[in-house]
Design a protein around this ligand. Structure first.
Ligand code: ATP
Length: 204
């Protein structure tokens, strides 16, 4: 069974994440894709603007919308239930009980820092890595190609770099737009935008 792992803060989940998840499913011919919001993200300060449960709820809402749903996708609370810092290697070791054919999805920003993650070398030895571009900057493409070559040479990592037209969206931009009462048209699933408004998230 070919299993995909897509972890992140998802505060909130946006259309860039959703398109990346679908590209990942298809480019890597996954049988199952787990999408996991962090409890405490290792790379970021915890946010006072949402709770882990909000980020999980928004992912459930997004991937329940008929246009984004797929039977192969499971939104998992595993990292939040485990608690503590959401180290990816611990998640990979957990899901390795289900399959030894695991691919991890990373956007370019995360791909370039993988070696510095907690037990990064173990991640690079254990999982295949699918990297999707977040922007169309040739400098990013060069940096990704160099890192992919280094990972392959040093750890034998199988790196998958599909050709992918990026959707340049970030949760940071969305939070700023909401705080400034600007439109989020074309950036968020409608059910996620409704949840944000009902719960008063990201207003400051
Ligand atoms: P923030 O702006 O708060 O840092 P973010 O938009 O980068 O958030 P994360 O939840 O940190 O979103 O990202 C989770 C994963 O999704 C990371 O691997 C990241 O690189 C990837 N990702 C985020 N946005 C995109 C996008 N627009 N296209 C492709 N991958 C993305």
């Amino acid at each position: 069974m070919k299993l995909g792992i897509f972890g992140g803060t998802f505060g909130p989940v946006h259309l860039g994440h959703i398109r990346a998840a679908h590209a990942f499913l298809n480019e890597c011919a996954l049988d199952r894709l787990y999408i996991l919001p962090t409890a405490i993200p290792p790379h970021k300060a915890a946010s006072a603007q949402d709770q882990p449960g909000d980020r999980l709820n928004m992912l459930h809402l997004a991937f329940s919308q008929p246009e984004y749903a797929d039977d192969r996708i499971t939104v998992s609370d595993y990292e939040q239930t485990r608690g503590g810092k959401s180290y990816t290697i611990l998640t990979l070791e957990h899901f390795a009980k289900e399959s030894d054919d695991i691919t991890l999805l990373c956007g370019t920003d995360m791909f370039l820092t993988l070696e510095r993650w907690y037990r990064g070398e173990d991640i690079l030895r254990m999982a295949d890595i699918c990297c999707l571009y977040r922007d169309a900057d040739p400098a990013s493409a060069l940096a990704v190609a160099e890192a992919a070559a280094r990972y392959r040479a040093a750890y034998g990592t199988h790196v998958i770099l599909p050709s992918y037209t990026p959707l340049v969206i970030s949760s940071t931009e969305i939070r700023a737009r909401i705080a400034n009462q600007q439109s989020t048209e074309g950036l968020l699933p409608s059910a996620v935008r409704s949840y944000i408004d009902e719960h008063g998230l990201y207003r400051v």
